[in-house]
Write a protein that binds this ligand. Sequence first.
Ligand code: ADP
Ligand code: MG
Length: 305
Amino acid sequence: METLLTAENIKKNYTIRKKTGLFKKIRINALDSFSIVIKKGFSTGIVGESGSGKTTLAKILAGIIRPDKGHIYYKNIDIYNKSNFKNYRKNVQIVLQDPYSSFNPRLKLITTFKDGYKIYYKNKSDFYKKLDSLLENIGMSKDDLFRYPHEYSGGQRQRLSIARALMLDPDIIIADEPVSALDVSVQGQIINFFRSLKQKAGKSIVLVSHDLAIIKYLCDEIYVFYKGLLLEKGTKKDIFDNTLHPYTKMLIKASKEKLFTTTYYENTGYCPFSNRCNYFNDKCKDIIELVNLSNTHCVRCTLFL
Ligand SMILES: Nc1ncnc2c1ncn2[C@@H]1O[C@H](COP(=O)(O)OP(=O)(O)O)[C@@H](O)[C@H]1O
Ligand SMILES: [Mg+2]
């Protein structure tokens, strides 16, 4: 299967000022030494609780923020290579969690679409042809675009932002929590739309979510994160039928109970999950390398050394 996007050893820190204590600055490891390979027509799930670094990763893969360290290659060429960047930006599109913030509130949708794509579509009729076919796919028509963003429902806005992401016919669509802000009743529509993009249009989907049920439904390969560190990676079967990491087990259990917490990670050198893990032992005081248990499944946990 053709490899489209590769990220190698990505690292991203943020420095924040702690509210308590005098001018204490802390460095958050939003992402640590992370690598990923996105293949054509394949769907990849990124899962972890809030604060795990998922949005940071999605934005790095989409070229919106630059990592502190590491490289990203689109079709084997560094994305920050000038000659590649335009091609990469056209082919890797991102859909964000809150579709309201991704449209200019003062412009009618039709203007946003027209302005955004006039440099790519020199020919007006090509532009409208593409627009019409995409709108049809999401159950809307051009007449529906003569409104301002706030006049649409959350579900409509998210469908429109997906349509916008597809205007340039990208290879890869990165979706960061695309249904978390939506009513449960419309979540299914959007998720099925992503599924058809993969199955019918052969797009690669990178789905970021804290909801394992959605990941399970849509993704071929799954990366499990905690506090910026990849703890387990495998095929859907590896992750759900042969769950290894205590954290992944907890997530699967919690997905049934919907229990999630928000935390950040100050680098202590310990396994980030150690303070919540029932299997904590002295070996967990070091962060260990990922251990490959098969050619698809790997885990970062002292239980599998
Ligand atoms: N711009 C920023 N400045 C400072 N800290 C940030 C910034 N963006 C994210 N973080 C921190 O980095 C960590 C990872 O955040 P994020 O990538 O948003 O995770 P997730 O999407 O999994 O919730 C969190 O601790 C978050 O508070
Ligand atoms: Mg996020």
